[in-house]
Design a protein around this ligand. Structure first.
Ligand code: PLP
Length: 380
């Protein structure tokens, strides 16, 4: 167990291991071989964007960037950028999603680098910055994701706009880099074609970037271009990639009730679990209202004293019941619903799979109600 002293009153909380977070960023940086834009959208995948950004050493008011700080941060909405700026964050911030022309002025005020891909928006962005003009933006190219950006085979239509107002960076996004290298290669090739079609309209020093977590992990050499943009792997949600990544998020909750149930008695809504032997049942104070999803009913397991205890019956909004017939435990004990307890770990990928979710959805859902606190991996 990495955490030492549990706050006595908390019913459920997230332990966020900032050492593991920094370790993961170092591993990804080393494997990518290029500086990183760490994605902190959706409140850093539920982990806490300000906490994460501070832990990574990006500049904040009164604290300069550390030597390990990433090149920048990636977000998806201007409100996310505002929350970071309000906290004093002075890092470069890229907004990777398309924003509406009406939002450009706010992006400028927030010092955000928008992703643009329409000639009119590029001209409007440049005009906003007058008389200094030419605020940094990144050109978004769609190489097959079909979500945002100019199609790879239509970048020639932007040649004049790009020549007049050159972007700082140009990027694309993979749809299947985790399980289909052919599709990644095809997107790589389309990206190259898209840049060739822009020809000398693009500045020579432009920052190219394409790799998300799966993209970084898929390379046997360094990431192409000048930057890479990991998200899920930073937060320990992509364990299966061979980069020695660590679990960052641990969901803990208390044993708040204990009972014996006789053979034939049932547990929880819908009576979906029936005791086949005299059983001891512990009630844990977290449920789907805390992001512990209902699909884990009769499927999931939690750790108590490092031992696996199966979930019995339906997960309810605020509580979940587990079978502790062979596990010593008492009221107030701390259960681990996700993460590490002793030598046992329920990894984010594993729990997400049992829950019928992607690791992204599992992590983002955890911040619904429970507070987070930072822990470190240093020995107790
Ligand atoms: C979310 C996102 C990423 C990060 O993806 P992961 O799979 O979490 O590493 C990178 N780039 C863009 C454009 C994104 O939207």
């Amino acid at each position: 167990m990495t955490a030492s002293i549990y706050p006595p009153a908390d019913r459920a909380w997230l332990d966020v291991n900032l050492d593991a977070l920094r370790h993961n960023v170092r591993q990804l940086r080393a494997h990518a071989g290029v500086p990183l834009v760490v994605m902190v959208k959706a409140d850093a995948y539920g982990v806490g964007a300000v906490t994460v950004s501070r832990a990574l050493g990006v500049p904040f008011d009164g604290s300069p960037a550390t030597a390990e700080a990433p090149w920048g941060l990636g977000i998806a909405t201007l409100d996310e950028a505002a929350a970071l700026r309000d906290a004093g964050c002075r890092a470069r911030i890229l907004c990777l999603t398309p924003i509406l022309p009406t939002e450009l002025a706010r992006a400028l005020l927030l010092g955000v680098r928008p992703a643009l891909h329409r000639a009119a928006d590029i001209a409007a962005w440049a005009a906003l910055g007058q008389p200094h003009g030419g605020r940094p933006y990144h050109l978004a190219i769609d190489t097959g994701m079909a979500r945002a950006g100019v199609r790879w085979d239509q970048t020639n239509t932007l040649r004049e706009a790009v020549r007049a107002h050159p972007p700082e960076g140009v990027f694309t996004h993979f749809h299947s880099a985790d399980d289909d290298l052919d599709s990644r290669d095809e997107q790589d090739a389309r990206f190259v074609d898209a840049l060739l079609a822009l020809g000398d309209a693009l500045p020579a020093a432009i920052l190219r970037h394409s790799d998300n977590s799966a993209g970084i992990a898929s390379r046997t050499r360094q990431s192409p271009g000048a930057l890479a943009r990991p998200g899920i792997a930073v937060y320990g949600g992509m364990f299966s990639i061979p980069l020695g990544l660590q679990q960052v998020v641990h969901l803990r909750a208390r044993v708040v009730d204990l009972r014996e149930v006789a053979i034939g008695e049932t547990v929880s809504y819908g009576a979906t679990w029936t005791a086949a032997r005299p059983s001891r049942i512990a009630t844990i104070s977290a449920g789907y209202g805390d992001g512990y999803r209902r699909h884990l009913s009769n499927r999931g397991e939690v750790l108590l004293g490092g031992l696996h205890c199966p979930v019995v019956g339906r997960v309810t909004m605020d509580m979940v019941m587990v079978d502790v017939t062979n596990v010593p435990c008492a009221i107030g004990d701390v259960a681990t619903l996700l993460g590490t307890d002793g030598t046992a770990t329920l990894s984010t990928e594993h729990v997400a799979e049992v829950a019928g979710l992607s690791p992204y959805e599992l992590l983002v859902g955890l911040a619904l109600r429970v507070p987070s606190r930072a822990i470190s991996s240093s020995p107790e």
